[in-house]
Design a protein around this ligand. Structure first.
Ligand code: F6R
Length: 615
């Protein structure tokens, strides 16, 4: 997610902005920029890539102004580039804006602004804000009826979507106006002046007494102080929060570990991954750089990946074959690279990797390309080797994942692969426009379902975790989409709690694993509403008859399941195709809870690394 910083005070702004942006680097970004008030002018410097590259570029500028704003951007509208990096400016360059969030009605605003003579320099949604503020600011100033604060309020009133904004104008040197809706903005006073950021971590060295703006609140920052307003300009007395976290906790956003923080980021990941993908009723993934006709030629898909990313592939297989009717194989990259897979020029290889640098996945990509396949990468890291070496890339908008166990990246991968399956269905003509729209809207609704799971299923997860904490082994079972989900559930549990776990397609129970079952062997079943629900329940009964403690993840309203399970974790109903998105979340929470109860280091499990760059 993007990051905002701003400062106005007695000290030069540039080093403060760079320090704040560096502190937010962990969130992930693809470009960075600052705008500093130099005398009466606003100087803007942006760079694609790292904050350190921006800092290096700034060494060639002599910026000593004491008021400025800065931003790290993760592309949503428009590719990562210098032109699309924030701050964005008005036609005359006298207004500079940084923005977090997504402005949903930007296309119509942009068209109207162009119609009124505005000239755009970027492809971003944000730039409309600079032009809207420009119009309002000059009109209000000429009429003597308003200032920059009023102009920002007027501009914000036209926006649909989410925004955290920081704005400055040449006409009001030393002033920063900030406001928010559904995107965080924090302000605070330090010894050297006034600070704003989208994340407390960016200003924690300057002050620990902060005001977290609520939606539809604004603040006007000057070197002398901060004034708070509602969007109509009425003064407010906001509540000051004292932050007593150390830096480590601040980075965790108040959560006890990164894994829990990252699990809670998943509704945002779903929304960001879907943003901008449906336009005019059609799905577009421009980054893949293939026409519908080229996509239509694909007659075989391989998904290659390792670990959790491989499990995302297992989920995708069902969707690609179901919606596009194209045969799809999912293979661990370390196997794929050493065999002789059947690849033709009409084969599509989809390489999935959170880090974008997993050695086996990279080797498999190279091998597939040599054999003539088209390769799509799905990765979380902009500019990573997987992104660079693939023909096209979809970025999962998870932001940097710090906990070794992948959670939000996994969900980003599943959502991205779901979009790819829909795109293939669309280009083969197997999914109609109406079906695409319906699927997309139900997919978008999973964000809210995950939000509810995070808010409501804590007690049930804790109860289930206590029931399995002393076990030495656990079995995860499911069928169909539930089978794919159960593989990921078992991996998550074993890697962070060191409790041995295995996953089986539930229909396989009688072919061997049932011999293991006794009262010390908990069974976690994915028993959500699906065409194979009754079959899963039969498998539960078989396990229960042998004394197993049953933990079921089931759909809200399914009271019957309580007769077959010792513990039930209820989740909202979603389409079966999307059930891995929701059902994975309680399994992530369950693994973490078991790991905590067993005293394990949740974020850094033994023997594991975040990125596996060796074979
Ligand atoms: C488990 C986990 C690993 C990775 C695997 C592949 O939580 O994170 O299993 O999924 O090492 O890594 P990437 O996705 O970076 O290629």
């Amino acid at each position: 997610m993007c990051g905002i910083v701003g400062y106005t005070g007695a000290a030069p702004a540039e080093p403060i902005l760079i320090e704040g942006l560096s502190r937010m680097e962990y969130r992930g970004y693809d470009s960075a920029g600052v705008a500093v008030q130099q005398g009466e002018a606003i100087e803007v410097v942006c760079r694609k890539g790292k904050v350190s590259e921006l800092a290096h570029t700034l060494e060639h500028f002599d910026l000593d102004g004491t008021c400025g704003i800065g931003h790290t951007r993760w592309a949503t509208h428009g590719k990562p580039s210098e032109a699309n990096a924030h701050p964005h400016t008005s036609c005359a360059g006298d207004i500079a804006v940084v923005h977090n969030g997504i402005i949903e009605n930007f296309a119509e605003l942009r068209e109207a602004l162009i119609g009124r003579g505005h000239v755009f320099k970027s492809e971003t949604d944000t730039e409309v804000v600079a032009h809207l503020v420009e119009e309002a600011y000059h009109r209000l100033r000429e009429a003597g009826t308003g200032d920059l604060r009023a102009a920002v309020a007027e501009a914000a009133s036209q926006l649909v979507g989410a925004y955290g904004l920081a704005v400055m104008a040449e006409g009001e040197p030393g002033t920063l106006i900030v406001c928010r809706k559904d995107s965080p903005i924090v302000v605070g006073r330090g010894e050297m002046g006034s600070y704003v950021a989208s994340d407390i971590i960016a200003m924690i060295d300057a002050t620990r007494d902060v005001v977290v703006l609520a939606d539809d609140q604004m603040a006007s920052l000057t070197a002398e102080g901060i004034a708070y307003f509602d969007m109509d300009g009425n003064p407010l007395e906001p509540e000051v929060t004292h932050v007593d976290w150390d830096i480590d906790v601040a980075e965790k956003g108040g959560y006890p570990d990164f894994m829990l923080k990252e699990i809670h980021e998943q509704p945002r990941v779903i929304r960001d991954t879907l943003a901008g993908r449906l336009s005019g009723g059609a799905l577009t993934i421009d980054e893949l750089d293939m026409t519908p006709a080229e996509l239509n030629l694909i007659d075989r898909v391989y998904v290659i990946a390792c670990g959790t990313s491989y499990h995302a592939g297992l989920i995708a297989k069902n969707l690609i074959e179901g919606w596009a009717r194209i045969p799809c194989e999912v293979e661990v990259a370390s196997e794929f690279r050493y065999r002789n897979p059947i690849i033709t020029p009409t084969t599509l290889v989809v390489a999935v990797s959170q880090s974008g640098e997993t050695a086996d996945t990279l080797a498999a990509i190279r091998d597939a390309r040599v054999r003539g396949a088209k390769v799509f990468g799905i990765t979380n890291v902009v500019g990573s080797p997987v992104a660079r070496e693939s023909d096209g890339v979809i970025y999962t908008k998870a932001n940097k994942e710090i906990a070794v166990a992948s959670t939000k990246s996994f969900l980003g991968q599943v959502v991205s692969l779901t979009l790819l399956a829909m795109l293939l269905g669309q280009s083969t003509g197997r999914l109609t426009g109406g079906q695409i729209k319906l699927l997309f809207s139900e997919l978008a609704d999973t964000a809210e379902a995950v939000e509810r799971i995070l808010a409501e299923c804590g007690p049930a997860v804790e109860e289930a975790a206590r029931a399995m904490v002393d076990a030495t082994s656990a079995l995860f079972i499911g069928r169909g989409m539930g089978a794919a989900t159960s593989y990921e559930g078992a991996l998550k549990l074993k890697e962070i709690s060191y409790l041995h776990a295995e996953a089986y397609a539930a229909g396989e129970m009688k072919h061997g694993p049932i011999a293991l079952i006794d009262e010390n062997f908990p069974v976690v079943a994915i028993a959500t509403d699906s065409p194979v629900y009754d079959k899963v329940v039969s498998n539960l009964q078989e396990s229960r008859a042998r004394g197993a403690c049953i933990i079921a993840v089931a759909t809200e309203g399914d009271e019957d399941i309580a007769k077959h399970a010792d513990h039930v974790i209820y989740i909202p109903k979603v389409r079966d195709a999307f059930s891995p998105i929701t059902a994975s979340v309680p399994l992530q929470l369950l693994s973490r809870e078991v790991a905590v109860l067993r005293g394990c280091d949740v974020d850094q499990p033994r023997n594991l690394a975040k990125s596996v760059t060796v074979e």
